[in-house]
Design a protein around this ligand. Structure first.
Ligand SMILES: *Cc1c(COP(=O)(O)O)cnc(C)c1O
Length: 361
């Protein structure tokens, strides 16, 4: 498909070509229903099979036992910023938040709007969020610890999650879910807007340990309670059907085409390695994240001047490389290289970067 570009968008972002082709091929007549998946009832067997398979594959990939629920909610990851404190903090209960960038800051802000006495126990704001904090003093009375696994805008990522003893971790994995294997032993909940790494926008995957559901107060409105969705297999109301279907196909792709999260992680390490090496080997490009905090998903870098950055992004686009402009709040350049980004796309980008440097360096 030569009319498709190399897509380095941060989100919504690239999906595996084979997934898009499967959606296209089955779009007008889904599994003999005579309808597209966007036209069938969410109460039908066709959709039941889709959502159940999406959940089963998610559980297999992450090796989750029956103590976890996999839910599909709406409102994006941003809705979780308020749902988390609403569901897990009663009265004067507190939680620890680590501030590693724009999205953590927003999660903190929502808890504060609700008047919850949360504590920000560590922050990397002093160095423009270019690193992941270490040796964090967690409070033993915290009901949960909130972390942002991968900082999409600043290009940093937790290489390993901190030791929070018995306090459950609630982790925003919007931009790195399913990109690597995961030790779930300290994790109470994961949430991820699908549009970075696993699907289209409009659906947020939530993986929640069942004991966390005991913390949810009865007094919340139904649509804001995790228990509502857990009791109804995410179908209390009409779920985001098309998004869930796409997630199902992406999970199938990771399981059957890639071969699981070990392989996915290996591939992501290789891909990011090639790109960071090209940046490190040059005096023209400069990576912005501290070396031990670099993201495998969002590679952020600068050129010698803002004019050159503008020219780089424009010439890249002319050469079929899309999405390389940094987030509007930070400037610079960013290549988002989520699961679907191929090694071939990385190699092509590195070649382009070398050529650009030769001409302009
Ligand atoms: C994109 C992003 C969000 C916001 O997701 P929405 O689905 O747009 O609400 C939150 N957290 C992280 C880490 C993100 O990358």
């Amino acid at each position: 498909m030569s009319d498709r570009i190399y897509n380095f968008n941060a989100g919504p972002a690239a999906l595996p070509l084979s997934v898009l082709e499967e959606i296209q091929a089955s779009f007008l007549n889904f599994k003999g229903s005579g309808m597209s998946i966007t036209e069938v009832s969410h109460r039908s067997k066709w959709f039941d099979d889709v959502i159940n398979d999406a959940v089963a594959r998610t559980k297999r990939l992450l090796k989750l036992d029956d103590s976890y629920e996999v839910l599909f909610l709406q409102g994006g990851a941003s809705m979780q910023f308020c749902m988390i404190p609403m569901n897990f903090l009663n009265n004067n209960e507190t939680a620890d938040y680590v501030n590693t960038g724009t999205w953590s800051t927003k999660a903190i802000k929502e808890a504060e709007i609700l008047g919850k006495p949360i504590k920000v126990v560590a922050s990397s704001e002093d160095k423009d969020f270019s690193y992941i904090p270490k040796n964090i003093p967690f409070n033993s009375d915290a009901k949960f610890v909130h972390l942002t696994s991968n900082n999409t805008i600043k290009g940093t990522q937790w290489a390993e999650f901190p030791d929070t003893q018995s306090i459950p971790q609630v982790i925003d994995m919007s931009s790195d879910i399913m990109s690597r294997k995961l030790d779930m032993s300290s994790i109470g909940m994961i949430y991820a807007g699908a549009q970075k790494n696993i699907g289209p926008s409009g659906v947020c995957m939530v993986i929640i340990r069942k004991d966390m559901l005991n913390m949810v107060p009865e007094t919340l409105p139904s649509m804001l309670k995790y228990t509502t969705f857990a009791a109804k297999n995410s179908m209390y109301n009409t779920p985001p059907c098309f998004g869930i279907y796409t997630i199902q196909l992406v999970m199938k792709w990771i399981e059957e085409t890639i071969g699981g999260l070990d392989k996915m992680e290996q591939l992501n390490i290789e891909k990011a390695g090639v790109l960071y090496k090209a940046i490190d080997d040059s005096d023209f490009y400069r990576a912005t994240a501290a070396e031990d905090s670099r993201s495998l998903m969002n590679v952020t870098f600068r050129l010698p001047s803002e004019d050159l950055e503008k020219q780089f992004v424009a010439e890249a686009l002319e050469n079929s490389f899309g999405g390389l402009k940094g987030h509007r709040s930070v400037g610079g350049c960013r290549a988002s290289i989520y699961n679907p980004t191929t090694r071939e796309a990385i190699n092509a980008l590195v070649d382009f970067m070398k050529t650009f440097e030769q001409k302009n360096g």
